[in-house]
Ligand binder design. Structure first.
Ligand SMILES: Cc1cc2nc3c(=O)[nH]c(=O)nc-3n(C[C@H](O)[C@H](O)[C@H](O)COP(=O)(O)OP(=O)(O)OC[C@H]3O[C@@H](n4cnc5c(N)ncnc54)[C@H](O)[C@@H]3O)c2cc1C
Length: 315
């Protein structure tokens, strides 16, 4: 039995990355009315390959997105809106959540799921952002295997944890390359990792980096009046919250919305999953496609259960 989608829905989902698409699939299969709004800026868009995802390892992230969209679109009770959520209003406990989009539509939803991901604040050094995901990599788990044996560098640029770039360099040296350089970019190397760097053969380049050039496999790094060549450069950007979640009055930590084991936020009608969310009992949030899929599945299931209990009068 199918019916036209009203602008009043049971669930509104912000973001059709792996988390939002999976949640929409679960909810669609349970015959919930859903609106899934997406602005087409998934976090891994710069990457041509996706790794560590069983069944699709090495394929384009676009393949997963396209297939996911097709599967979700197969449910007439789910409407996919290609737009940006520009306003969210969460008022009294018994009032639906209200949503406005940049193309002038508005929705009322009994439950809201935020799967908007995070924004990567990539280094402003010229040439870095253009190569992010293609030559400049953020994660040795997602991309280390593909650069095995190359001459590698780790770029330091205002890291959240001063020891992180050095530790990443040591990690790469113990897994993928005997030729790893830590580009300190003028930042001091924390004393506690100096000896570890030396013991693992990591080279140090202290001069400020002024520019990156070249292509994946043959990147150039300008320091002083010299140009160094590397097969790949690792750089961990700072994670920032997406604008869409900034207006929400939810408990957060850094870029993340805190959730419980059911993916529920500090507001009982609002759930969050994927990179934008972090379980309260999770000491380190891991941001991977498979994790986003799993969290999206859990969110879809628990939102459905929450609505079921309310609608069946189970309290
Ligand atoms: C360069 C790069 C490569 C990566 N490679 C890998 C890899 O190989 N393997 C792996 O496991 N992980 C990889 N990751 C991590 C992976 O991309 C994320 O963990 C995953 O995308 C998280 O999924 P998500 O659904 O939470 O968010 P996202 O995939 O970021 O999706 C969020 C969606 O929400 C939408 N959105 C945001 N705000 C709004 C709004 N206001 N209105 C409407 N829509 C909105 C966005 O447009 C986007 O489509 C990589 C990350 C990066 C940066």
């Amino acid at each position: 039995m199918s019916s036209p989608i009203p602008d009043a829905v049971e669930v509104a989902v912000i973001g059709a990355g792996p988390a939002g698409l999976t949640a929409a699939l679960v909810l669609g299969r349970q015959k919930r009315t859903v609106v899934l709004v997406d602005s087409s800026q998934p976090r891994n868009a710069p990457a041509t390959e996706m790794h560590m995802y069983l069944g699709l390892d090495g394929r384009s992230p676009k393949d997963l997105r396209r297939t996911g969209m097709e599967e979700v679109a197969g449910h007439p009770n789910v409407e996919i809106v290609h737009s940006t959520v520009t306003g969210i209003e969460v008022t009294g406990p018994d009032t639906p959540v209200s949503l406005a989009t940049s193309d002038g539509r508005s929705f009322l939803a009994e439950r809201l799921l935020v799967t908007a991901g995070v924004r990567d604040d990539v280094s402003g050094i010229p040439g870095v952002v253009e190569r992010f995901g293609q030559g400049v990599y953020h994660c040795p788990f997602c991309h280390g295997h593909e650069v095995d044996g190359r001459r590698l560098a780790v770029l330091t640029d205002a890291p959240e944890n001063p020891a992180q770039p050095g530790l990443q360099a040591v990690y790469l040296a113990t897994h993928f390359s005997r030729d790893v350089t830590l580009l300190t970019n003028g930042h001091p190397v924390p004393d506690e990792i100096r000896e570890t760097l030396a013991r693992n053969g990591v080279g140090l380049e202290h001069r400020p980096v002024t520019e990156l050039g070249g292509t994946d496999g043959a990147l150039t790094v300008s320091v002083g009046d010299e140009e160094l060549t590397f097969g790949a450069v690792f750089h961990t950007p700072r994670e920032q919250p997406r604008d869409s979640v900034l207006g929400l009055d939810l408990e957060t930590e850094g870029a993340h919305i805190l959730v419980d084991w059911q993916q529920r936020t500090s507001d009982p009608r609002v759930f969050a999953a994927g990179d934008c969310a972090r379980r309260r009992d999770d000491p380190v949030p891991l941001a991977f496609v498979a994790r986003a899929v799993a969290a999206g599945q859990a969110a879809g299931l628990w939102i459905d259960q929450d609505l079921f209990r309310a609608q069946a009068g189970l309290g």
